[in-house]
Design a protein around this ligand. Structure first.
Ligand SMILES: C[S@@+](CC[C@H](N)C(=O)[O-])C[C@H]1O[C@@H](n2cnc3c(N)ncnc32)[C@H](O)[C@@H]1O
Length: 486
């Protein structure tokens, strides 16, 4: 870093000369991380969409290498994931409520707190880089404030801070876990209700949400195999899936886009939990004919591509339906090249164009809060509100009712969510079966889904299954399987 004075030399007055003004130095990594955090904060942008173009631009300018890109990504994702903890620490170091501190100042402080408490960056480097960033983006006055706060934060490590700022577990367990594991309290509460059990399990789950998930590939049935993918990525860069015979796990830094089968659409990126849902539905026993399958909420097409391949292997056809036309186009892209018959349509699953009783197997992978995929969207937990669930409730029930109407007697429906929240999972299925809310009860029986996920441990008492990041290494996917009885 060069010390270029930008102010004239002090006059010889006999007084101590003023410290020469040095122009602030723009560190491209911290500056980019700050820009990304501002976009997430100000424009409600998604970090995983904002970062790639910023990184591309920085690389094109030539002042960024791969290590810089990795550090910038870590700083953005780490700061967003741990924001709840860092906010509590920062709040303890400033003399006014955080809502009275300007958001850009809070972003610089959180970024600095992450470097100090969540990375191995040496303290002096973390403080000076953050103060320098503050000089560039906030100005001299506020850089002094940043300096003072970060120096306070640097006095102790994360464990000591957490001990100081989190309420004791015995006084308020949920509030304690919310600060320690950086989740909003209502999410801690909802996840704990769904998971059950004691302290160890919920702590493991919350920590798993703070880990970067592995990238998992799917070999689309009939078009590729896990062995082909493993050969393509090489022994050092890939591992077989834990549970799905179609899965390959990529080592850190593995580039899915570099694999021919992915480029050709014969394979894709898909969490193993989603793969298991599609496989379990495809293998659930139906009575009699097994020719017409429906995916009623198909966009962007991950499960539909698997179902289409599995259907093709049995001489069945898939209708993939999706309400949003632009997402229906993504489904078309995912299914192109499928070896068997399929059709993609844009249609509202609550007012479907198909006749009742038309299908032998139906998947309804309904829109939901996404609380099961917090590992993937670092900002999502801070955006979601408990009230959002009320918005999804009627749609989820309506889609499940239509799924049960679309299937013939003896056929099977899979109701899936990427959320473990009970209000989106078991409660929806129970309400629909029992006809709560002024509807007719539906004549359908539960199918035990657990034997359809062979080898997967810790699936609870059934008949539905809930996967968990800390137990299965997957997103927290939920699956209920139902057979129409009349
Ligand atoms: C959880 S996503 C489905 C993910 C998909 N099964 C996959 O594996 O790629 C839910 C989808 O339902 C769509 N959707 C929302 N409301 C719908 C409706 N009324 N009818 C049909 N699809 C709907 C959303 O646009 C979204 O694409």
């Amino acid at each position: 870093m060069s010390d270029q004075p930008s102010s004239p030399p002090a006059k010889r007055t006999g007084k101590r000369p003023a410290k020469p003004h040095r122009r602030p130095q723009k560190d491209p990594v911290r500056f980019l991380a700050f820009e990304a955090l501002r976009a997430v904060d100000e424009r409600d942008a998604y970090a995983n969409l904002v970062l790639p173009p910023l990184l591309k631009k920085a690389r094109a300018k030539g002042d960024f290498d791969e290590r810089d890109a990795a550090l910038a990504t870590e700083l953005v994702y780490g700061t967003l994931r741990r924001q709840g903890t860092y906010d509590a620490v920062v709040a303890a170091c400033v003399d006014r409520p955080l809502r009275e501190v300007d958001p850009p100042v809070l972003d610089v402080l959180a970024l600095g707190a992450h470097q100090l408490l969540g990375t191995r960056i040496p303290t002096h480097a973390a403080v000076s880089a953050s103060v320098e960033l503050a000089r560039v983006v906030l100005g001299e006055g506020r850089a002094k404030f940043v300096n003072a706060v970060l120096r306070k934060i640097s006095k102790q490590d994360l464990d000591a801070w957490v001990e100081q700022v989190a309420p004791p577990y015995d006084d308020d367990a949920e509030a304690h876990l919310a600060v320690v594991h950086s989740h909003p309290r209502w999410i801690v509460s909802a996840l704990w209700d769904a998971l059950g059990g004691g302290r160890a399990g919920i702590e493991d789950l919350l920590e798993a949400d703070n880990e970067r998930p592995e990238v998992t590939l799917v070999a689309r049935p009939g078009r590729s195999t896990a062995d082909e993918l493993l050969d393509a990525v090489g022994e050092d860069s890939g591992l077989p899936g834990r549970w799905s015979p179609y899965a390959v796990r990529l080592a850190e830094g593995g580039e899915p886009g570099a694999i021919a089968a992915v480029q050709e659409g014969r394979a894709g990126v898909q969490d193993e939990g989603s793969q298991l849902v599609a496989v379990a539905l495809a293998n659930a026993p139906v009575e009699g004919r097994d020719e017409r399958w429906l995916d009623g909420c198909a966009g962007p097409g991950g499960k539909a591509a698997m179902l289409a391949g599995l259907a093709a292997g049995r001489g069945a056809a898939l209708l993939a339906s999706e309400k949003q036309p632009h997402r229906a186009r993504l489904v078309e892209r995912a299914l192109a090249g499928n070896p068997g018959p399929y059709q993609v349509i844009a249609a509202d699953g609550t007012r479907p164009p198909w006749l009742p009783g038309s299908f032998d197997r139906v998947l309804m992978d309904v829109p939901c809060s996404g609380l099961g995929a917090l590992r993937r969207r670092p900002e999502a937990r801070w955006r979601r509100r408990a009230e959002d669930l009320e918005g999804f409730a009627p749609l989820q029930r309506g889609l499940l009712r239509e799924a049960l109407s679309a299937v013939r007697v003896g056929g099977v429906v899979g109701y899936a969510t990427c959320s473990p929240h009970l209000a989106e999972t078991r409660v929806v299925v129970d309400d629909v079966l029992k006809g709560r809310g002024g509807h007719q009860p539906v004549e359908a029986e539960w199918i035990d889904a657990r034997p359809l996920l062979p080898g997967v441990p810790a699936l609870g008492d059934g008949p539905d299954v809930q996967l968990w990041p800390h137990l299965h290494g997957t997103d927290a996917m939920y699956l209920a399987l139902l057979r129409r009885t009349a």
